[in-house]
Design a protein. Structure first.
Ligand SMILES: [Mn+2]
Length: 379
């Protein structure tokens, strides 16, 4: 949080914003209840329940999500899309960038606009929108080049997200809950809590199941609560066919991806047993050699966690403009904090991303040096 030093009024203003952020993340993590804070502090993001009545009037709605949307980002966006269309709203999903091919089977994906390919159209749509839903991200910079448009939008902004440390001052209404398995689960809650459970149909079910499945590692992560399984049961009741979704997401790659994985496991992996850590690094040339596209490297980091005893897994990939890190952990090692402190990133306790402007070898060296201070936490 930047403090503006020019005058005391600004300092007070930013202090209040900061207090409200602390308050909301505390509420989100069930550390405290909102009633224990003075009322004037929560003038920023109002609880999402207060937004429900706005669903009763037809509105022009934009739904957006983070750049390079994954299963949860696209699943929650399209799940909400089908719901709002069902209620009679005029709805447009805008993705800040392109997305992985393995999402292209999803119902409704044909109407999603890629901002980078349709900048003017997106500008007009945002300028005339009544409401923008922001799903599966909580700081506007996660939308890359879409950020200034969202920041300057004069309409109502609504947040639905489960990442740590939300930028709550940017949203009028919202829900931020790091305990939730996925944004898809939160969109499902939104549908049910707003009293519209009877509108659930197979398209909503298909989209919402997708993110639920991908963000829980197919229902194995600790975030897979009883409510998650109850949600799946309710989706089954409206006709969900889950097997084709698993096939479409996980068994839908080309030969080159499997050969690439074989190559990097063999040649680009190091196991640092002293730190119960495994690391993988992928050079630009590796991506080119195997013709690797957006989405082909998704899930690669999880292979590292299959090694007995590994508590921290890290992969860095040489992208055009930066080196992109993914961190995964098992148990008590907090990769959200680790990524925030050392690699300009963040995310969840056991799964986070980061970045670096350095080359692959330099940033790998930095990683190896950095984990030395975490040796005891990694035992
Ligand atoms: Mn998510």
């Amino acid at each position: 949080m930047k403090l503006v030093r020019s005058n005391n009024f600004h300092n007070l203003f930013y202090f209040l914003i900061e207090q409200s952020q602390i308050l909301y993340s505390a509420v989100a993590q069930n550390i405290c209840t909102i009633s224990s804070f003075p009322l004037h502090l929560h003038t920023f993001m109002q609880a999402i329940d207060l937004f429900f009545k706005q669903l009763n009037q037809p509105k022009k709605v934009i739904i957006t999500t983070h750049q390079k949307p994954d299963g949860d980002a696209m699943g929650s966006s399209l799940g909400l899309y089908h719901f709002l269309v069902e209620l009679g709203h005029s709805v447009q999903v805008i993705s800040p960038t392109n997305w992985a091919n393995f999402l292209d089977w999803m119902p409704g994906i044909e109407q999603v606009i890629d901002y980078e390919m349709n900048k003017e159209k997106c500008k007009q749509l945002i300028a005339s929108a009544d409401v923008i839903f922001c799903l599966d991200f909580n700081t506007l910079h996660r939308t890359k080049n879409l950020e200034p448009l969202l920041e300057n939008a004069t309409c109502t902004r609504v947040l639905i997200d489960h990442h740590q440390q939300p930028q709550t001052e940017m949203f009028h209404f919202g829900v931020s809950n790091t305990k939730k398995s996925s944004t898809c689960e939160m969109v499902y809650d939104f549908i049910v809590d707003s009293g519209h459970q009877s509108t659930l149909n197979i398209n909503m079910a298909t989209c919402l199941y997708t993110g639920l499945m991908t963000d829980t590692g197919s229902f194995r992560f600790p975030s897979t609560t009883a409510s998650v399984h109850r949600m799946v049961a309710n989706l089954k009741d409206v006709g969900l066919l889950h097997t084709p979704i698993h096939d479409n997401i996980y068994d839908n790659f080309l030969e080159n991806r499997l050969r690439f994985i074989g190559f990097v496991l063999n040649n680009r992996m190091e196991v640092l047993y002293q730190y119960n850590t495994a690391i993988m690094y992928v050079y630009k040339n590796d991506l080119l050699k195997f013709n690797i596209k957006t989405g082909d490297t998704e899930g690669l980091v999880n292979y590292l966690l299959t090694i007995q005893g590994i508590k921290l897994a890290a992969i860095v990939i040489d992208r055009d403009e930066e080196r992109k890190w993914s961190f995964r952990s098992k148990g008590n090692f907090d990769v959200n904090t680790f990524a925030r402190l050392h690699f300009e990133g963040g995310g969840h306790f056991n799964a986070a991303g980061g970045r670096s402007d350095e080359g692959v070898d330099a940033t790998v060296q930095k990683f190896k040096k950095t984990i030395q201070q975490y040796e005891s936490q990694l035992q």
